[in-house]
Design a protein. Sequence first.
Lengths: 259, 259, 380, 380
Amino acid sequence: MNKASPRLLSIGCGAVYLFMYLPLLVLVVYSFTPTEYGVAWEGFTLKWYIAVFNNKYIQDALKISLMIAIPTVIISTAIGTITAFTLYRYKFLGRALYQGALYVPLVMPDLVIGISLLLFYTSISLDLGILTILLAHISFSIPLTTLVIIARMQRLDRTLEDAAMDLGADEWTTMWKVTLPQLMPGILAAALLTFPWSFNDFVITFFVSGVGSSTLPLRVYSMIRLGVSPMVNALGTLIIVAPLIIVIIGTYFDRRSVS
Amino acid sequence: MNKASPRLLSIGCGAVYLFMYLPLLVLVVYSFTPTEYGVAWEGFTLKWYIAVFNNKYIQDALKISLMIAIPTVIISTAIGTITAFTLYRYKFLGRALYQGALYVPLVMPDLVIGISLLLFYTSISLDLGILTILLAHISFSIPLTTLVIIARMQRLDRTLEDAAMDLGADEWTTMWKVTLPQLMPGILAAALLTFPWSFNDFVITFFVSGVGSSTLPLRVYSMIRLGVSPMVNALGTLIIVAPLIIVIIGTYFDRRSVS
Amino acid sequence: MKRISSVELVRVSKRYGDVVAVDNLSLTIAEGEFFSLLGPSGCGKTTTLRLIGGLEQPDAGDVLIDGEVVTDLPPYERNSNIVFQNYALFPHLTIENNIAFGLRLKSRRVAEPEVARLVAEALELVHLEGYGARRPNQLSGGQQQRVALARALVLRPKVLLLDEPLGALDRKLRKAMQIELRRIQHEVNITFIYVTHDQDEAMSMSDRVAVMRNGNFEQLGTPREIFQTPRTRFVADFMGASNIFSGRVVALGAGAARGASGRTIQIETESGLRVISSDGQGRSAGAAVEFSIRPEAVQVFPRDRDWIADNKFEATIVGKLYLGDVTELEVALGDDNSISSRIQSSIDQKFGFKEGDRVSIGWNAEDCNLLSSGSDTTRC
Amino acid sequence: MKRISSVELVRVSKRYGDVVAVDNLSLTIAEGEFFSLLGPSGCGKTTTLRLIGGLEQPDAGDVLIDGEVVTDLPPYERNSNIVFQNYALFPHLTIENNIAFGLRLKSRRVAEPEVARLVAEALELVHLEGYGARRPNQLSGGQQQRVALARALVLRPKVLLLDEPLGALDRKLRKAMQIELRRIQHEVNITFIYVTHDQDEAMSMSDRVAVMRNGNFEQLGTPREIFQTPRTRFVADFMGASNIFSGRVVALGAGAARGASGRTIQIETESGLRVISSDGQGRSAGAAVEFSIRPEAVQVFPRDRDWIADNKFEATIVGKLYLGDVTELEVALGDDNSISSRIQSSIDQKFGFKEGDRVSIGWNAEDCNLLSSGSDTTRC
């Protein structure tokens, strides 16, 4: 390519980024505008942010979201670690099938997962509420955590375990003192990815939530149904910032685990 | 661990899989039961499948879904290839920031993306319809395709390009005859992952679709609002099978690209 | 006396699927011996090491350490330790904690002050005093290698198993570590079993060497025996005796060989050369025979020079490699045969040999090393 | 005559950030020469090769190929080709199409029957007839190496650049390929520039060798010059002359040296040894001096034996490595000094040397190789 190409490519690249991120920028900008129903810039205000922070419904929804996301992260990371360990370490019939099955939920519509969970909980007469949301979140987070930890396991040096056993450590000691410390960066990365995965979910939660168990996305949705208010923009802006921080931390840990 | 451990672990692993996949199985089973509102097994029937295939609304929705998913795959894979190439090959200020920014949409709630896109299209007075859905899908698919192709690029052997130029090929010839053929498995994997990504989307599409532009997930949703009929179960079962096939093909190509 | 040997393998076999890695192998290694398993990759040498260490279980046969059967014991109950090829240091632990890993395990019950003392002693043994607080990735390859050695030796095993421990080091460091390993072995007086594919490494350090092939021994003996009198074509080739000929015995006791021991025989090679070899007892006229000649034994002189050798031929120099002290000449004998000769570079310089020169080459009857008739059938 | 040289570098420099990879380097290589760039990793040898090939642009200086300045030409407009260390064969193309890659480019306009003829010829040159339809991953390392060679040679470059092409091959194959490379170079008569960190490889094939360090030449000469008379401590060390001493000139013309050329001097080393060296012209009494002795020059005999050498000492054997033809002895001279000696294994066997033996060692004045006073200041 000639000398002009790199410039041409970076202009094209810039346009792509504008296309991807301009809408989010617009949302952020509008969250600081005072007009209630307009979509034009009419001065700067923080009133919508104040409204968000003073809204009891939003506070309650945030509490419920965290009450679900935090146990989801802990439980699904723990189960994911054990599942990854079992799948990776032991040879058994159909292991490849088991491992391949982990990809299925990741490419299935949330809508179908939501419907099937609703159907399932109804058929076993489980009351919809925080418990069903939690169970649903754990169930769709396990494939993610398992896959992330398996990826880390594949980079694990098996001779470290051989060495530990050769030096006198039995299987359990080897697992605790050698395998798990090696796996830690992957486990942390899985946990940090699962949090937004659970916190952000709307569709599945929508199906399996009962009355009085609205997570933050459900609350935002019901606010929208009452008309798009700039308060939603403010809340949306806050939600954009949160995962950003998590991404930065997550990338840091993943980099560390590579090096 | 003692001799019993592997068995214990595989029992635990089985329980985890049951927990994840039983609801989907229940959905599949119920799609073959004749009772309209019951949730108990009362014999075998294919009538809901026949109903699905004869439903004009579903056919129309499927057409619209494909009309959006196919161009989305083509356009976002093409843009993703160029973006990945630019990000990977040229050093410029803030490149790490650009690359990091690709992760943002992947951990942001669909709801916020949907709201911001709706706000954006409204503010530039774009009529909601198939065009806005297509633009939205392309915009949220580009980060995915770019990341998949960058991952492949990182495994690329740069000396192959050195060799091509040393043998007399200029930059364009090198890109066409050496770089792109090497990148092909990654490009195919990106395309195969983008298809369900676009086809399955509900939340974002929900916000940016206009009247008469219902995709399949939107159609399913409106069917559910009229009550969960076994026809939805049948449709859901069909939707489960489709991505399964794509996953199998995708895994195959990804494996090939690794080896 | 109960103790007869440090390590003993009795008819040990190990398969992976269809591949036989170790094939009915028996072996006795004496206490304090430096024993090397030498062979190309895939010959079963590493598997043999792992069978002794307990990281693999044999399909048949028994492993004895210090006179006791340990075949069914897991690695952590065996009195052996391994130094791994990639060192296998624990990256999350400091050097000190790496070395103390085995000592601190509950099963050993070593008190903490004793642990500190033993670790300091081990660091001193490998000349790494003051490195205890570092992490493995802050050390060079050679230093990591020595930490791995210290970590294994601190447990005072009956036998130390070394799996190509010098493979990742550069040539100079490898030479230094060979001397170091011998020193350490003399100091701790532990049986060393050393796996390598490098004949120089095996020869330079070992009391005995076993050349392995297809899961069994091709030849077992002192380095000198294996280097000077390889018994099979495989061993001769592997030890770098690149001149190997096939032929047939045409006469017994023929020719006057200088300094020859045993009965001399005359051989006609497939390409028609007539060669006199010593040590021909047991060979009968007409029998097929293979022999090797080390390049160092092949002398090269200008054609007009008068000199004596049992076997002398006219030849042409076709290649020349200057290797410093020595120069390697590739010499063509007629159309089909070529032979390598290694001469002192000073001699090469004196005669000014160059490619294309017609020369006179030769070697004595005692330099012909007769190989076993069937190269695969030899078992130790 | 316009053409004066095949490749010429004129005061070429190349930096990467703060690191100077090539530092004001000048060099002239004659047509048809086999020239090696030898040095440890990071010495700038590969960068020099890439500067000639056009894969890097120099920050200063000029590159000439065949008498023409090519400094600003991209690699695809230069009459040079590279054989890469990892071969860099295109995995998506067959062997045939790999070799034809350069020929089929539009800029070359080679007709298809001619392409087929040239490819067949190239495959023949590297002895790979019949492999054309395979893929690179179906070939062994040595075969891939030869395909890379064929792919570069088929374009008949003025100069062939080889970047450690034998690095990934095992020892036996490497030896065979060294002979093969010389043969091919003679056959095609193209200038070869060969990058390696292996002194044996550089010595065995090259007409001239440049030892590189920190982006410039430490010494440039024939293999024999560099091996026998390294000019600096770095070169001596790199070429395996592991005995290097520092000292001070204490007397001029002293001592009767056997076979010594030039003026003899007497040196007292830092540890108090008194050594007589020849070639001492230009050294003054009291001056600091360094010298190296090749292990082959150091003779070892039992103490009770009567023998003559310019420099003789009493010493103790502290290490012994059997290397086949030769045996390396590590000998302690007093507390601080140790010296390596390489003797014929037959001599070692005759005297039965073992560790701990007190022996007499020695070497002649002419075997002391005096090094330049400042090892860094030498420029070629």
